[in-house]
Design a protein around this ligand. Structure first.
Ligand code: HEM
Length: 514
């Protein structure tokens, strides 16, 4: 038996060594600067109704790398292109997962959808499947006719409103959701009374609206997890109820698809049937794609892909209405490429360089997710000499970055010319390569639907600008158009754009056979 003194000495040495190790590996740097947090709520009171604007203002006082304590959660905010580069390029591997949120838990099948699933083999599998079958150039081209048909229906509807004014966002939303629905589920999801829709369009519409509302609520228990069980705002209860409705909807669609596939010899011509047919293929760790992952991912695609594209297009048209000179230049460009005897097609887009500049400028001033989607630090790390603690939430203020006066001349002015050949930002794109303009995020977890979102926004903006002249409803003059923002799940206009579209092409163009 070992003598007691030896055992005590061993314990003392191990305690000393542990302390020494702790001392040597202690973080040597401080947290990034930020306003002093209040007890318990931390900096929540600093956020106000427009967190992206409040955080931009705080960054002006404290610098482009900001630390906030929201409730009990450490949050770091990147507010310049160079700080975003540090997080999303240099340290991207450390920020590949998203922090758990009540919406992902209660509405997203406990974080099983592509947008919330932690980084790893399941994420890679979902990402690869959707990239190949939904967003690759081939997949996009295969479904081009679908988007063209839906945009033609939108154009036709706008041409026939007569003297009534229209809420452009609503029609754009129906167009994008139906285009996505046809590609992902093989059918329109927001119906349109032509006898071909057999999903419950009204039910779907009301569920999506509620999802956007609940997703936009600032749920206290996301920031003070100890209070989760109290569900102080009743948000979790509402999410659970909504989840039940959504799950019944997706389960019915899955069953219907399986039945159709077995009747048609496993034919699959939409994403859902493709995913079902891939359920036998195992991921790198041997796991198969589960029904819940399919349902969660399809639901995420609708949530992430509809409002983003439609609200950006609404902002683009609002900017064009406010600046008739820019609209005239867009129309002139499209007239010269397309003429006035047909609608724009997606194949025309590469030749419409000024239109593309207009879309870039719209993404710069009105990014639909101004704080991107949050990421979480897997490990502590050091950025720009500051300590980023393990588990901290990263918010990238893409809205502030794209208005940074250090990076942009006249940052608040809508000037598509800045992206024209020979201009300062001619080579800047929105695809995650130029960190001063990252509306789709950047790095490995960049928006998976970027190619589709970009194409949809370019195509809808081009079509609407080409097919119509625009008047604001109620006699509001273009320069008085209210451009205020409202913060929700996506960056919406505070006041919807109510307009009178005036057809400007040959009348046969506004007839659709769909
Ligand atoms: C105007 C269009 C869009 C914008 C500006 C946009 C923006 C974003 C942003 C900023 C992110 C977070 C990226 C990051 O963490 O770095 C994201 C993620 C995502 N987006 Fe988009 N998006 C758009 C359209 C779409 C479309 C059309 C779809 C699908 C139909 C889509 C599906 C997704 C999904 C699934 C994710 C999560 C990806 C992941 O976590 O791996 N988005 N989007």
């Amino acid at each position: 038996m070992m003598p007691l003194s030896f055992i005590l000495a061993a314990i003392a040495i191990s305690i000393f060594l542990r302390s020494l190790l702790g001392y040597l590996t202690r973080p040597t740097c401080a947290l990034p600067p930020g306003p002093k947090p209040w007890p318990l709520v931390g900096n929540l009171p600093h956020l106000g109704p427009m967190p992206h604007r409040s955080m931009a203002a705080l960054a002006r006082s404290y610098g482009p790398l900001l630390h906030l304590r929201l409730g009990l959660v450490d949050v770091v905010v990147a507010a310049s292109g160079s700080v975003a580069t540090q997080f999303l390029k240099t340290h991207d591997a450390n920020f590949l997962s998203r922090p758990p949120r009540s919406a992902g838990k209660h509405l997203g099948y406990n974080h099983q959808g592509i947008g919330a699933v932690p980084y790893g083999s399941r994420w890679r599998m979902l990402r690869k499947m959707s990239t190949v079958h939904l967003f690759s150039s081939k997949a996009l081209d295969d479904f081009r006719h679908v988007r063209q048909e839906e945009v033609a229906i939108l154009t036709c509807a706008l041409a026939h409103v007569g003297s009534a004014s229209v809420n452009l966002a609503q029609l754009l939303n129906v167009c994008t959701a139906n285009a996505l629905g046809r590609v992902m589920l093989g059918k329109r999801v927001l119906g349109e009374g032509k006898g071909r829709d057999n999903v419950k369009a009204d039910e779907f519409r009301s569920m999506v609206v509620e999802m956007m509302v609940l997703g936009g609520v600032f749920n206290i228990s996301d920031y003070v997890p100890a209070l989760e069980w109290l569900d102080l705002q009743g948000v979790a209860a509402k999410m659970k109820r909504l989840h039940k409705r959504f799950d019944a909807f997706w389960t019915a669609i899955l069953e219907e698809h399986r039945a159709n596939m077995s009747n048609s010899g496993n034919k699959h011509n939409d994403l859902l049937s493709t995913l079902i047919s891939l359920q036998d293929v195992a991921d790198e760790e041997g796991g198969n794609l589960m029904d819940t992952e399919i349902k969660a991912s399809v639901q995420t695609m609708f949530a992430a892909g509809t409002d983003t594209s439609s609200s950006t297009t609404e902002w683009a048209i609002a900017e064009l209405i406010r600046q008739p000179g820019i609209l005239a230049r867009v129309q002139e460009e499209i007239d010269s490429v397309v003429g006035r005897d047909r609608l724009v097609t997606e194949l025309d887009l590469p030749r419409l360089t000024y239109l593309q500049a207009v879309v870039k400028e719209t993404f710069r001033l009105h990014p639909p997710t101004p704080l991107s989607l949050p990421r979480i630090a897997a490990e502590s790390c050091e950025i720009n000499g500051y300590r980023i603690p393990k588990g901290a939430t990263l918010l990238v203020n893409v809205w502030a970055i794209a208005r940074d006066p250090e990076a942009w001349a006249e940052p608040l002015a809508f000037q598509p010319e800045r992206f024209q050949p020979g201009s300062e930002k001619a080579n800047v794109d929105v695809k995650g390569n130029d960190f001063e303009l990252i509306p789709f995020g950047a790095g490995r977890r960049i928006c998976v639907g970027m190619s589709l979102g970009l194409r949809m926004v370019q195509f809808m903006t081009a079509t609407l600008a080409h097919a119509f002249d625009w008047e604001v409803a109620d006699g509001v003059s273009p320069e008085k158009l209210n451009m205020d923002e409202a913060f929700g799940l996506t960056l919406q206009r505070a006041e919807p754009l109510l307009v009178h579209p005036k057809p400007r092409l040959a009348s046969h163009v506004y007839k659709t056979s769909s």
